[in-house]
Design a protein. Structure first.
Length: 328
């Protein structure tokens, strides 16, 4: 099941159906589970001297703060993976982030010692993607984005992540994650310097990466529609599905479609306003909108016209406080 899901996500980038040398997904459990501790220590562990392992940055950097035997052994396990891929899949090159250099070279050493003389394998590392503050771009640092659009990161959230890229990072990400020409990237770099408030580079980055990962026709169009509607306050132009995606993390309540709902009561019940008195003031002061349209009538009663496809009503108080009413 896990392998099937991974294949589904990666098929956007890798060809699993190629007639010659198709992409393959393997599970190291298939070979590690067949090896007992004695065999592992005798056949694999003997190839790794303690001094050799201590010299690896991934180990030496943890000596003072503490490193478990499990973490210490990871170098050997990853080396065993490379050896099995070399033997069974004719894999000659392992690619990884720069923090994996020690593990990769350990695998090369294991292949050299275990295979016939002249056996050749190679390692290739790339700099880790970092943010402006030097932190790594990844799930362990928080704020991660995922390829799984159904259960993890929707195309809209994915698009918004790139839209919110810092000016100091956006040109670097255009170089890393898009296929734009040097000339195009240079033009966006100039726009970042001369008109950063327009965020043209961020929009192009978001469009390119969202299209690459999720496709243009549905996912990108939906993400752009939601973003534009929120920015312009044109929520009524959204479809019910777009509302569901764009406001999935907004507080909500379910109401009967036949129930009479006054705007004041809904504002208080939703806690957008702390009291009926405050709710009336918020309305008359123009601080309340329904589906992006300002409502100043303190006696207003919600109607079917305020429902998007008869399923949702989006309330907003101030600039950022949203609430979603759903109907049954």
């Amino acid at each position: 099941m896990v392998r099937k899901k991974i294949k589904g996500q990666l098929s956007q980038f890798l060809d699993f159906e190629a007639g010659e040398n198709p992409a393959v997904i393997v599970n190291n459990y298939d070979w590690i589970s067949q090896m007992n501790v004695i065999t592992f220590l005798r056949d694999i562990g003997k190839n790794f001297g303690v001094n050799f392992m201590l010299a690896k940055d991934i180990v030496s950097s943890r000596i003072e703060t503490g490193i478990s035997y499990t973490e210490f052994s990871y170098v050997i396990l990853q080396s065993l993976d490379f050896l099995n891929l070399y033997r069974n899949e004719n894999c000659k090159l392992q690619i990884g982030g720069s923090d994996q250099w020690g593990n990769i070279t350990s695998g090369l050493e294991l292949i050299r010692k275990s295979e016939a003389e002249g056996a050749k394998a190679f390692g290739l590392t790339m700099p880790l993607v970092t943010k402006k503050d030097g932190t790594k771009f990844g799930k362990t640092e928080g704020g991660a984005i995922w390829l799984d659009k159904e259960k993890k990161t929707s195309p809209y959230e994915f698009y918004q992540f790139w839209i919110n890229t810092d000016d100091r990072d956006v040109v670097k990400y255009l170089k890393y994650f898009t296929f734009l020409s040097k000339e195009e990237i240079a033009s966006y770099e100039e726009k970042v310097q001369t008109a950063p408030e327009k965020r043209e580079a961020q929009r192009r980055l978001a469009e390119e990466v969202t299209t690459l990962v999720h496709g243009r026709r549905e996912s990108l169009e939906q993400a752009v529609n939601i973003s534009n509607a929120l920015f312009k306050g044109e929520i009524k132009s959204l479809t019910a599905e777009e509302v569901k995606v764009g406001f999935k993390d907004v507080p909500s309540m379910e109401k009967s479609s036949t129930e009479e709902l006054t705007l004041v009561d809904i504002l208080v019940e939703s806690k957008l306003s702390p009291s009926k008195r405050q709710a009336r003031e918020d309305i008359t002061n123009g601080a309340v909108s329904i589906n992006g349209e300002r409502q100043t009538d303190k006696d207003y009663v919600l109607s079917a016209d305020d429902r998007i496809e008869n399923q949702f009503t989006v309330l907003r108080r101030g600039k950022k406080k949203y609430f979603l009413v759903t109907y049954k």
